[in-house]
Structure formats: C-alpha cells, structure tokens
Design a protein around this ligand. Structure first.
Ligand code: FAD
Length: 494
C-alpha cells in the first residue's frame, strides 16, 4: 500500500524523535521521498540538560520542542504519535499503538532511532523508588521528590526522620550522576538556604555512589579525580566500590567490596547507573540474523544497516559500533549517514557501494557545578586529547549545549534562565505539582488496567493503516496534500 495516501514516492519511516531520528528526518528534507516519523512523545528531547529541569534551573519546554512544530516547514515529513510495538521485516510494516489505536505504517526504507532506557541490571523494581533520568516525566518527578523531601523534613520533629529526608543519594557516578549530585548540593546550599524555619537545607547530605572505583570513568583518571575533588569541596560525599543490592522507600542497602553490607536511610534516590537499548532491537533479532550486545544494542553492519536488510538502518544509542559512545554526536552522525545512504540508493547507488560509517569524535564534557566542568577534546588527525577543567570547560559546555538546543526562542529562554541561575542563588523553575509527584504510580496503575483489558479481550484490535487513519481517526496523515495545506510558519529546526 502506498504510505502517503496515493503518493508513490519512496517512503522512509523513522522511529524516534531524538537526536538520531530528528537529524535523519531533517537530512531528508530535500530528498524525493516521503518521511513519516513515529515517536512515543510529541517532542524532541535534549537529554543532556534534563538534570537542569530536575533541579529547577530551566523549564521543560526549553529542551523539549514539539516535533510537529519543528518539522512544520518540512513538506515531505509527517509525524505520527505512537509507541512502536513491532517491526515486521518481511511485510515492511511498522506497528505502533496510541492508547487502544493500532496503526500500521508501511516503509520502503526504515531508520530505527529508538534510543535507550534506564537499566536496573535486572532489578526493575528499583525504578519505583529510584527513578532514572531519561524523560521529562523523570526530571519533573525528581524535582518533586527533591523539593518534597525538604518540605516533609520541615514538618518533622523527629531528628532521625529529618536526617533520612535530608539525605539524597545519586546512584551512578557517570556524567549524569556527577551533574545531578552537584546541582542538588548547589540547590540545597544556595537556592534553599534561609527559606525554611525548622530545618537548615545547607545541612542536607548528598551522596554520589558507584560500584566502580572511580568517578566519571569514561573521562579518564585525571578528570575523574578533578571532578571528585570539586564535588567534595561542595560537600558531596563520594562512595565508590559500593554496589546497591536493595532499595526501598526508606533507603538503600549497599554491598562493599569486602562483601559486607550497610544501609543508608534516605528518601530521595535517583538512578543514573546504566542503560539498556530499546527492546526493538530484540524484536529485530527475533526475525533476522541480527545480534545484540550485552546492553541490547544492535550489532549493525559497517553501513549501519542490519544483516539481510540493506534498507533497514539502526542508529544512535540503539546501535553497537566500536568506538562510538552512546552520546548525542553518535546519534546525530548516524542519523545523517543513514539518510544520505537512502538518498544515494535513490540515485542508483547499490548498498555494496556504501562507504562505511565513520564517527567523528568531538569530545566529551560534564558540568559539576556553576563555573566548573571537565572536558576532553580530541585533536583532529592525531591520537592526542586535550583535557581541561574549571571555568573554561564550563563556558565551553554552556556554549556548545546552547548551540544544540532546538529553536531560537528556546536558546534565548535558556540563556536568560542561566544568567539568573548562575549570577544569583535563585532558580526560576521550582514548581512542583501533585501530578509530578504521583504520576509514576498513577501511570503504573493505568498501564496495568490497560494490559488487563487487552489480555481479557479475546478479539485482537484490528490495526489501522495510515490511509485509514487519514479517513477516520485523526492520526496525522503522511499525504503530501495534507502537508501542502499546512500553514506556513517559521521553523524552529536548527
Ligand atoms: C540525562 C542524560 C544526559 C546526557 N548527557 C549527554 C551529554 O552531555 N552529551 C552527550 O553527547 N550525550 C549525552 N547523553 C546521551 C544522549 O542524550 C544520547 O546519546 C542521545 O539522546 C541518543 O540519541 P538517540 O536518537 O539514539 O535516542 P534518543 O535521543 O533517546 O531518542 C529516542 C527516541 O525514540 C523514541 N522511542 C523510544 N522507543 C520508542 C518506541 N517503542 N516507539 C516509538 N518511539 C520510541 C523516544 O520517544 C525518543 O523520541 C545524555 C543522556 C541522558 C539520558
């Protein structure tokens, strides 16, 4: 079936609106193709700044522009909201679900950029008490948990309970953990100082804990040590070689290297210890010769396609390619490469003629606190790496991240929020709503109800094709005609 309700152009389906998916879609803007981007959120998310949403520096809108608006000017692109449940490689169809509505979208070429989820290393029940840091929901919930703990401590007159409420544990000392621990410490010491009557927020304990023996292991010993020193100056307790073996509402149990265990009483915990690639990788492996690595990432061929399917590409955090880290640049460059390979195919180039994907390592950075960051920048054409830390690295971090935020208005709003947050003790985004605090429990219950309903339903819900969706469901169409009717407006794509 034609994907675009009558159009016979080559149809590219892109799964995911993150760095890989959005870049691939944008890259195809002038190609003679129709593109359908299917994602489970209505926004593109700039994950590297989620910790700033969680700690009240910026608002969620600044890092999560609506993809529909970002792509408004791209005539050959349509957006479909839905959770992709299955990719049928034989029929070349992507099956997605929005609530009870199932949609089937056929493809000629497919780019899968569904990213990664938090991994609890087989202890998925930890998620209830220690949310990860992957989505806007996670960041807002964490903001609610941090500020909620201070509020509860203010009302308590039991010193032990107060101590538990004012102990914050960040599990995982990678870049996200370092950034979060630094910001929770800074928020307690500066923003919340003097705002309570019964507690002193500056006495809050922030613990950064990891089973590994070092902070920021991917950035090397020197920078890891610098980051640890700076965090300790800020009062963050660093506990290494400490593995979390159990976790509940009131605290965590940690196993030391010598096998002994101990308990940390703490209400607010956040998990930034590991990632597992999207389960869509195993969906591919079930139907083809695709192999996965230990993190569930797809071992792609040198042209980022999968064995036996030269028209199916896997990019970003879902792909396993030697020397390519799970970072934004890997996804951006992979998305761009896949889009170009599809265009080259339309121009008559065979898959065998594709040059292998080559990653350009532009370096890594992590902020620690205001005015302090660490950065590792490879010198092009050599094996040398510049390692820097402190104020210069921090300015570099701010500048680079500002460039990659999508949309001029978002960049401006972020700059204003930063000026406010870094030149005063205040932060402008300290709102907490009941929905943020209770959302995870409510969503969990909803999912249970919904899956019970589906299991009880003997008759399978018939899938809706994109053409049916045009006709009677209101799901966005992929037709060129629809897109031509769309009002013109300034695109926010950067
Ligand atoms: C807190 C945090 C901080 C980070 N900091 C940095 C940093 O400082 N520098 C850096 O370079 N990298 C950083 N990263 C990593 C970087 O964000 C990722 O490498 C990058 O986002 C990967 O891009 P992607 O397109 O593969 O996946 P993502 O950006 O995660 O996008 C995945 C997309 O797929 C969608 N999706 C997933 N499953 C489905 C499904 N079943 N159906 C439909 N849609 C689906 C999602 O909604 C999303 O739109 C950070 C990541 C996190 C979480």
């Amino acid at each position: 079936m034609s994907p675009a309700g009558g159009s016979h152009r080559h149809h590219v389906v892109v799964i995911g609106s993150g760095f890989g998916g959005l870049t691939a879609t944008h890259e195809l803007r002038s190609a003679d193709v129709d593109v359908t981007m299917i994602a489970r959120t209505t926004h593109h998310l700039f994950q590297p700044m989620l910790y700033q949403v969680a700690t009240g520096i910026i608002s969620e809108g600044e890092i999560a522009p609506a993809t529909r608006v970002v792509l408004r000017k791209q005539r050959n692109a349509a957006v479909v909201l839905g959770d992709v449940e299955h990719i049928d490689l034989q029929r070349q169809v992507v099956k997605s679900r929005l609530l009870e509505r199932v949609t089937e979208t056929p493809y000629d070429s497919l780019i899968i950029a569904a990213g990664a989820n938090q991994s609890y290393f087989g202890n998925d029940h930890f998620a209830e008490f220690a949310p990860g840091m992957k989505t806007i929901d996670d960041a807002l919930e964490l903001r609610g948990r941090i500020l909620g703990a201070f509020e509860q401590a203010e009302l308590s007159d039991d010193p032990a309970e107060q101590a538990r409420l004012l102990t914050f544990v960040v599990i995982g000392a990678g870049p996200t953990g370092v950034e979060l621990a630094g910001q929770i410490a800074e928020m307690s010491d500066k923003t919340l100082k003097g705002t309570f009557h019964n507690i002193d927020p500056t006495k809050a304990r922030v613990i950064l804990l990891d089973a590994a023996p070092a902070v920021l292991p991917p950035m090397g010993q020197k920078l890891g040590k610098k980051a640890a020193e700076r965090l300790e100056e800020m009062g963050v307790e660093i506990q290494l070689n400490a593995m979390v073996v159990d976790l509940d509402y009131d605290g965590i149990t940690v196993k030391e290297k010598d096998g002994t265990t101990r308990r940390i009483e703490c209400q607010c915990k956040v998990w930034s210890a590991g990632v597992a690639a999207s389960p869509l990788g195993s969906d591919l492996a079930d139907q083809s010769d695709v192999e996965l690595d230990r993190a569930g990432r797809v071992k792609v061929l040198p042209d980022l396609s999968i064995p036996g399917q030269p028209n199916v590409f896997v990019v970003g955090d879902m792909m396993a390619v030697d020397g390519v880290p799970g970072q934004a640049q890997g996804a951006i460059q992979g998305g761009r490469y896949a889009a170009k390979a599809i265009e080259a195919g339309l121009a008559g180039k065979s898959p065998q003629e594709r040059a292998p994907f080559k990653y350009w390592d532009k370096g890594s950075m992590a902020t620690i606190s205001r005015f302090a960051a660490v950065a590792q920048i490879p010198i092009p054409g050599t094996k040398k790496v510049i390692e820097t830390e402190g104020f210069l690295a921090w300015i570099g971090w701010l500048f680079l991240h500002l460039i990659y935020i999508v949309g001029f208005r978002n960049r401006l709003a972020t700059t204003i929020d930063w000026l406010f947050a870094f030149s005063t003790p205040n932060r402008s985004q300290l709102v907490v709503t009941e929905q943020q605090v209770y959302a995870r429990t409510a969503l969990g219950q909803l999912q249970q109800i919904s899956s019970r309903r589906r299991n009880a339903d003997a008759v399978e819900i018939p899938p809706v094709t994109t053409a049916d969706a045009d006709r009677d469901t209101g799901v966005e169409s992929t037709t060129t005609a629809d897109k031509d009717d769309a009002p013109d407006a300034e695109t926010q794509a950067s």
